[in-house]
Design a protein around this ligand. Structure first.
Ligand SMILES: [Zn+2]
Length: 545
């Protein structure tokens, strides 16, 4: 039988053309990139490591082959300098002091001295429990009201009360924002109590990970913890020891915190004493930046960023006979998507009005450092970046029925994502677990801090669904573990569909007349000064209709 196209009913023609639009990806080429990036030979792509350099070389080759232009400061590269801090635990001591008596805390078992803050060689100070340790002027919320924490170490329960919206709570829990508040209050250190209800990985694995050095950007402008002398994280299983004699228990605090209820504030009867030693070395790496130029004379100097981090956490403690943390999903998956996307623009040329900027950042696992550097020193004019679509560990391990869109309600980028997803028969939801702070836990956050509307999109699950159990299990078993490798089940169909949606979103942002805008009620809108909004008229940018 032969059916001529002209005899097809219109609906069928449209259906066929819609199908053609969804044919850019098959999942397999994406998976092939992951197999390269997550190969044992690349040793988990630690920031500044040989393995990361190999991954970068591979990515640059792929970007070149796809016809992308170099858009870094040195070809495709934008060099970034770091300091690395390795704790020398053998020379460290940590203890509680109770009535003049020392109660040692075993490092690893009871607590960890974190080096995200460079610890002072010796610290001793009283402890004060400050609840969530938040000050949120927008909500008239202040955990420090009436408390004297001058010269003291504050003890904080990770999380936030339900009266603080998720994005806002996430924002104020970043180390930089937290330290601003603590410094103003006069505190000298932080003890973090993990919220057992939202721990992504068990304490045993957190304790193992402490052997990894931490990193900071090696530029004075990025020092966000001046005056901080000590940061300690306490195992929830040992936390009761801090509360003994205070009239409160950790169990009581954890039960309230789980429900995001208000927490009490009170001085603890113990002090903390620490002796620390840290080895500091310098490390260099780079972000990769590539461009597909737009063609519209009025819009081609504006950029839509697609970002993903290429680094992972390298070689670490042995788990089940394996010490290479391959990072296949985290974030081989997002990096592979960027390479796959570049290739799709070569194979299926699209008319782009704005330019597309592909950014593969370094140092994400060290605290979003590569993106922090890029957002502060972009290789294109700062005002020209109209949006960031970030892809990090999007987890196509279940069929794609629903997407979780971080930043869904913050800008019209969220609305555009919703529209496009729905056209593919996919629902969207905002972050169902705001306590996990995912919104500030990947690179989009640094773009947001510079006023750029951003989203991060993950394959999602409806609360209470079997898929949600799959994700939970994945986080417990594979997240930041050697088993996040290429020997895990993935759903190539879900990956391909996800890629199609991201591609359609990039095209939408590149080609629509208006650049994305913050919603008028978004907290993060404050970072978009009118001067940065460019095309939009000033009164509109100020929210005056
Ligand atoms: Zn990670």
């Amino acid at each position: 039988m032969n059916i001529k196209a002209s005899s097809l009913p219109l609906a069928l023609v449209l259906a066929i053309s819609a199908a053609a639009q969804t044919a850019h990806f098959d999942g397999q080429t994406w998976w092939n990139h992951i197999k390269v990036l997550a190969d044992d030979k690349l040793e988990g792509r630690d920031t500044g490591s040989r393995g990361e350099r190999e991954a970068q070389k591979h990515a640059v080759e792929q970007l070149k082959n796809a016809g992308a232009e170099p858009a870094g400061s040195e070809g495709f590269y934008q060099p970034v300098k770091f300091v690395s801090r390795q704790i020398l635990e053998i020379d460290c001591r940590l203890a509680l002091l109770r009535d003049g008596k020392r109660e040692p805390l075993a490092l690893g078992e009871d607590a960890i001295i974190t080096t995200r803050i460079l610890p002072a060689p010796e610290v001793q100070a009283a402890l004060v429990f400050v609840g969530y340790g938040l000050k949120v002027p927008e909500k008239n919320y202040d955990d420090f009201a009436g408390l004297d924490v001058r010269g003291k170490i504050v003890v904080i329960f990770s999380g936030s009360p339900s009266e603080i919206p998720g994005a806002l709570a996430s924002h104020y829990q970043t180390l930089a924002e937290r330290w601003k508040t603590l410094r103003a209050a006069g505190a000298i250190g932080i003890v973090s109590l993990m919220n057992p209800a939202v721990m992504d990985i068990p304490w045993s694995r957190i304790a193992l990970n402490r052997a990894h050095p931490t990193m900071e950007l090696d530029y004075p402008e990025f020092n966000e913890t001046e005056g901080a002398k000590l940061a300690v994280t306490v195992n929830p299983a040992s936390a009761e020891r801090l509360f003994a004699g205070s009239g409160h228990t950790f169990a009581e605090i954890a039960a309230l915190g789980k429900e995001r209820k208000p927490l009490p504030h009170f001085p603890l009867t113990v002090s903390m004493a620490a002796k620390t030693k840290v080895e500091v070395t310098q490390v260099e790496s780079a972000n990769l930046v590539a461009r597909f130029p737009g063609t519209d004379p009025a819009l081609k100097d504006e950029y839509v960023v697609l970002s993903a981090h290429l680094d992972h956490i390298g070689i670490g403690e042995l788990i089940n006979g394996d010490r290479i943390y391959n990072g296949a999903m985290d974030n081989g998956s997002g990096s592979a998507l960027v390479l796959d996307m570049a290739d799709s623009f070569k194979k299926h040329r699209e008319k782009l009005r704005r330019s597309l900027l592909l950014v593969l950042v370094t140092g994400e696992e060290k605290g979003l450092l590569g993106s922090k550097y890029f957002a502060a020193h972009p290789t294109v004019p700062a005002k020209s970046i109209v949006a960031d679509v970030n892809v990090d560990m999007f987890l196509p391990i279940v069929p794609l029925k629903i997407l979780t869109v971080l930043g869904l309600d913050e800008s019209d980028l969220g609305d555009r994502t919703r529209e496009i997803a729905q056209s593919f028969g996919v629902k969207v939801q905002p972050d169902p677990e705001p306590l996990r702070n995912v919104f500030i836990r990947s690179d989009q956050y640094n773009f947001i801090r510079h006023g750029i509307p951003s989203v991060m999109i993950d394959v999602g699950a409806e609360p209470g669904s079997p898929e949600q159990k799959v994700f939970k299990e994945w986080l417990t078993q594979r997240y930041h573990a050697p088993s996040d490798d290429v020997n895990q089940p993935v759903d190539l169909g879900a990956a391909a569909k996800y890629e199609e949606i991201v591609r359609a979103l990039l095209l939408n942002v590149a080609n629509r007349d208006l650049r994305p805008r913050w919603n008028s009620d978004s907290f993060f809108r404050r970072y978009a000064e009118p001067a940065k909004i460019g095309q939009i008229k000033i009164p509109e940018a100020l929210g005056i209709k």
